[in-house]
Design a protein around this ligand. Structure first.
Ligand code: ADP
Ligand code: ZN
Length: 600
């Protein structure tokens, strides 16, 4: 293991292993199979990159995304590791050249797309060379229940059949038990050791707030907490992606769009811009993001409800991979609940798929409606025992606890209003009736003459909206099957109406109050001399990144620049102590850095 630690320091420039990295590396380097479950940003790549350097032969890394492979390889080249990609982005000639180098033993790591790996030609090719290991990245892609399902992944068990002696490592950040079981089964990893890290991402602040006007809420949030920061905004539909991008741009933000309806070229242009430039906001459907390893994404915003906690956790996990403070922010309302339920209802999938989808949605809704710490909820969903754990202090529920109130009478009023109006109307109209608003519609249907007209005057509209949202989320009301959004009574409603069940709801006292000031684990503020130095380092980094054709963070992370400013190293030996500076980068950039830092 001292060899591994040496590589960590010398090549990667990091002083110590994180979490379970050391154990995983030792296990794999000794030829054992394993499954590694680690949250995004946990440091999965090193788990196979270091064994790749320790063992004889080339490590074959299977990865589902071209952009991901290219970024990884660019970062490896920066530190002088011999790595290459083999995928559809290469011309025939380039691919042939890569294959030749592979046969000549010139690579320590080769990143391959699964469809390429599975060709008879490639499988034959690699029988001719020593293989250090197989790494299967984003292993949850084998799960046909998940949204990243890739059919080729389910054929990867062939690796073990053809190369039984080569150790395999499967890695994922998706951690629920079902997915875990499926990966083990489908990849034939039953004897593999499983390494499960804590899924907590303490630097991410979770916030889920009542949706009123999602776009202006988003704008306020970004202006207050993230001016100039890079972030991702997730929307459900292509149309909403486009509208939101225009809206942000109209308000002076640098926003770009990404969805499956755009052509490849446009999409990759926008993705490149997001990765390479600083402070870009990516507005996207969930088609965007898998394998995006931009470390300095400062916020992830959801304007629509994700389908499951797995999806939510994976998407929010793209924030703050560098370990610095980041926000996961979401607006959520009744419309989301209705829309997601309808999508499940209307899908053509088999019943068992629909049941799984419905269960996942229920779990997501209970996260939204929880009156206890959101982080503890998330962690317990992923099976991390939390009975004794303390609330996190870094989520909206901890920071601004909602009140829980006995809403039995109000819920009875609402349910009775649904009944009296014939179960034909959505929440908007029902609230008008309850609050005694004489709208055209109320007049047209003579709803000013029914007994529930005006019985809810004492509560403001927003509270009623929250009441309806919660009773639908709690399953005390359902929506009509025709998809008009009309609310209808069910058996559970009857129990409440008859007074046989009480209902407690959450009440957000100050729902619009944002979490406010920056968090304490953020980079320490700089004084003016330090700021000057920081800007100089940043502009040198931008220039260098441009020259090398890589994103700025591939040259150095913000955390490294920050340490340079704070420590002000003046010699090579001092530079060596800075996190993120290994031998190769010291060699390449040491003189430039000393130049910039001289006399500071
Ligand atoms: P994952 O694939 O698990 O999301 P990565 O492998 O991309 O995460 O690692 C996340 C970031 O953490 C990377 O920038 C990586 O260089 C950094 N990192 C990984 N291991 C260490 C370590 N032991 N010390 C310091 N930084 C590390
Ligand atoms: Zn909390």
């Amino acid at each position: 293991m001292s060899k591994a630690l040496n590589i960590l320091k010398e090549v990667f420039g990091y002083p110590a292993f994180r979490g379970q990295q050391a154990e995983v590396i030792a296990h794999l380097a000794n030829g054992g199979d394993c499954l590694v479950l680690m949250p995004t940003g946990g440091g999965k790549s090193l788990c196979y990159q270091i064994p790749a350097l320790l063992r004889d032969g080339v490590a074959i890394v299977v990865s589902p995304l071209i952009a991901l492979m290219q970024n990884q390889v660019a970062a490896l080249h920066e530190i002088g590791v011999r790595a290459a990609v083999l995928n559809s982005s290469l011309s025939q000639q380039e691919a042939a050249q890569a294959e030749q180098k592979l046969l000549a033993g010139e690579y320590d790591l080769l990143y391959v797309a699964p469809e390429r790996l599975l060709t008879a030609r490639f499988l034959n090719l690699i029988t001719r060379i020593p293989i250090a290991l197989f790494a299967i990245d984003e292993a949850h892609c084998v799960s046909q229940w998940g949204h990243d399902f890739r059919p080729e992944y389910s054929q990867l068990s062939v690796l073990h059949e053809r190369f039984p002696k080569v150790p395999r490592i499967a890695l994922t950040a998706t951690a629920d038990m079902d997915t875990r079981k499926e990966i083990i089964e489908r990849l034939g990893l039953d004897v593999a050791r499983v390494f499960v890290s804590s899924f907590d991402r303490p630097n991410i602040r979770y916030q889920i707030i009542d949706k009123t006007n999602s776009r202006s809420q988003l704008l306020t949030f970004i202006q207050a907490e993230h001016p100039g920061d890079a972030g991702i905004v997730y929307c459900l539909s292509r149309k909403k992606v486009e509208e939101t991008t225009v809206w942000l741009a109209d308000h002076g933000m640098r926003a770009v769009a990404y969805h499956a309806g755009m052509n490849m070229q446009e999409r990759s242009q926008n993705q490149e811009k997001f990765l390479r430039e600083e402070g870009i906001i990516m507005v996207a459907t969930i088609a965007f993001g898998m394998g995006i390893d931009k470390p300095d994404v400062r916020f992830v915003a959801h304007l629509d409800l994700p389908k499951s906690i797995e999806g939510y956790y994976q998407e929010t996990g793209r924030a703050g991979r560098d370990g610095q403070a980041a926000n996961a922010w979401m607006v959520y309302g009744l419309g989301d609940v209705i829309q997601q339920r309808r999508m499940i209802e209307e899908s053509q999938a088999q019943l068992k798929f629909k049941q799984v989808a419905a269960r996942k949605l229920e779990a997501m809704l209970s996260l939204c409606e929880t009156t206890t710490c959101r982080r503890l909820r998330l962690l317990s969903y992923f099976g991390e025992a939390t009975d004794t754990a303390a609330p996190c202090g870094n989520c909206d529920v901890c920071l601004n606890p909602p009140q829980v109130w006995d809403a039995t009478v109000e819920v009875q009023k609402a349910l009775s209003c649904v009944y009296r109006t014939g179960q034909n109307f959505g929440a908007g109209h029902l609230i008008d009736v309850l609050r005694g608003n004489l709208t055209e519609r109320v007049k047209q249907w003579h709803h000013d003459r029914i007994s529930t007209f005006g019985i809810g005057k004492d509560l403001p509209e927003r509270t009623w909206r929250a009441v309806f949202r919660q009773i639908v989320a709690l399953g005390l009301l359902t929506t009509d099957s025709e998809g008009h959004g009309a609310l209808q009574l069910i058996e559970a409603s009857r129990l409440v109406l008859k007074g046989q069940q009480s209902v407690f709801l959450r009440l957000q006292t100050k729902p619009e109050r944002s979490a406010g000031k920056r968090q304490t684990n953020d980079l320490v503020p700089l004084d003016s001399a330090e700021r000057y130095l920081w800007e100089q380092l940043r502009s040198w980094r931008a220039k260098t990144a441009k020259e090398h054709g890589v994103p700025a963070y591939v040259i150095f992370h913000d955390a490294t620049l920050h340490e340079l400013v704070r420590l002000c190293p003046q010699t090579e030996d001092e530079l060596r102590l800075v996190t993120g500076i290994g031998a190769r980068k010291l060699d390449k950039y040491g003189n430039h850095l000393i130049e910039i830092l001289r006399g500071c």
